[in-house]
Ligand binder design. Structure first.
Ligand SMILES: [Fe+2]
Ligand SMILES: [Fe+2]
Length: 464
């Protein structure tokens, strides 16, 4: 694997070369200035480029423009100490990129490089025997440093980039899988069935890597018709849940915003490329309505509806998908109990507080919004109703952005589905008889939602 590292500091470059060569056996070229970088780029075909935009003698931006001409598909990792250099315009030039924060370590870069150059992954591939060590190792550390994952949501057969542990008791863990090793399904089953383990744990500091790892799996699975649609949906749910958890805790950092857009794109691809996924989505009994899953469900169904509009484009999907992820982020600033009550069961002061989440969500978006105004607008209107009975402003009909109308409809749909523990088809049957519900939503949006059901029926007939 041939990669290029471009950064102004020679000593940093040398340290990086040593690490990349030892840990990954990558073939590494380096450049400490823009001229040298461009020379190397024109001579070789790199699989990954790391570019610190602070380089000089041809600035980082000049090098980027040069890369864009030579090959814009190359995975690229940017870094810079000058925040303003990374603009929306710049990012739209590249399909596969990641921003390493200025305080990112060499270790972070190494992990990123592994994920970004990961070969295509087939989720249900023939499993390799676990490569290295299956030894377990005791770990004593505070519970708050770990993130739990349902064992059912863990996929076997692929090397992981993070340690995996099980919890014995408070502060005591057992490392059962080391970064770089893979679980074979028998071993995973032993923990699940024989040892009745319900949750696996990863270090919270590895959660971002976990999200990236699962997002890559999701991306690669979208075009693979061999993979069961239910598994694909679970994968998407998994990555969304952990992503929303990360954002709720760390806030909307620019690199997390970018990650969110990529997840939204992958979800859309999943629905668009594999119609069986759209079909099973509507009848799936296992869509677990949990607090974090709410954003996932709203994203998923909004993309499903948006896909029916003729004007849909990848930038619209980016916008609506991103808005859905963050539409309720303001709830994190309200008393935690409020997230556990359905709005239909709230009383006086609770309702008043709940209504504040819309403005809070908008205020939590990055100050130099990376989305333009549309995401803000979708979020600010996601509880407005077609008949003017919504909040916070009570606007109606054509004064509500159509993308907001989609989210508003899906919001109501998902809330009803979760509250009554129904599947999407049952929810549709019940809700479309409720006059009050129908009055509140844009008829075009609802018609397009129903079209997804008709499409799904067609697919179902073809499959039979
Ligand atoms: Fe919501
Ligand atoms: Fe909301």
């Amino acid at each position: 694997m041939k990669i290029l590292l471009v950064a102004p500091a020679r000593d940093w470059l040398e340290a990086a070369v040593a690490v990349f060569k030892t840990e990954l056996q990558f073939e590494v070229s380096i450049a400490d200035n823009g001229i040298e970088a461009q020379k190397l780029i024109s001579q070789f075909q790199f699989k990954l480029i790391f570019l610190n935009l602070d380089v000089q003698r041809h600035s980082g931006i000049e090098v980027l423009n040069f890369i864009k001409i030579k090959y814009h598909n190359v995975p690229i990792i940017f870094s810079t100490s000058q925040k303003d250099l990374i603009t929306k315009d710049l990012l739209t030039k590249f399909k596969n990129y990641y921003i390493l924060p200025p305080d990112g370590s060499l270790d972070d870069l190494l992990k990123l490089a592994v994920t970004m150059t990961m070969p295509n992954v087939v989720v249900q591939s023939k499993e390799k025997k676990p490569k290295k060590n299956t030894e377990v190792e005791g770990v004593m550390e505070l519970d708050k440093n770990f993130t739990k994952i349902k064992i059912d949501e863990f996929f076997s057969g692929k090397e992981v980039l993070f340690d995996v542990l099980i919890r014995l008791t408070e502060g005591k863990y057992l490392k059962i899988l080391h970064a770089g090793d893979s679980f074979c399904s028998e071993r995973l089953n032993t923990y699940k069935v024989d040892k009745k383990v319900e949750y696996l744990y990863i270090k919270t500091e590895d959660r971002e890597l976990y999200i990236r790892y699962y997002n890559t799996l999701l991306k690669n699975s979208s075009e693979n018709k061999q993979i069961d649609p239910t598994i694909k949906i679970k994968l998407a749910q998994n990555v969304c849940d952990k992503y929303v958890e990360e954002v709720n805790i760390k806030g909307l950092k620019p690199h997390l915003v970018e990650q969110g857009k990529q997840i939204a794109q992958n979800i859309y691809k999943l629905i668009k490329k594999d119609k069986a996924v759209a079909k099973s989505l509507l009848t799936l009994k296992e869509l677990r309505p949990q607090v974090h899953s709410h954003s996932f469900l709203v994203t998923l169904f909004s993309c499903l509806v948006a896909r029916q509009f003729k004007w849909n484009s990848s930038s619209t999907i980016d916008t609506i998908g991103t808005a859905c992820f963050f539409h309720d982020i303001g709830m994190t600033k309200l008393p935690p109990d409020l997230s556990t009550i359905y709005s239909s069961n709230m009383e006086g002061s609770q309702i008043k507080q709940y209504h504040r989440h819309v403005q809070l969500s908008v205020s939590l978006l990055p100050p130099n919004s990376m989305f333009g105004g549309t995401v803000d607008q979708i979020i600010s209107q996601h509880h407005e109703a077609f008949d003017g009975s919504g909040f916070p402003r009570g606007v109606s009909g054509k004064y509500i952005n159509v993308l907001s109308s989609i989210v508003s409809f899906v919001e109501g749909f998902v809330e009803y589905m979760s509250e009554k523990s129904l599947d999407p088809m049952q929810t549709t049957n019940e809700l479309f008889k409720e006059v009050d519900f129908l009055k509140k939503h844009n008829p075009v949006v609802m018609r397009n939602f129903l079209k997804t059901l008709i499409d799904a029926k067609d697919i179902s007939n073809t499959l039979q």
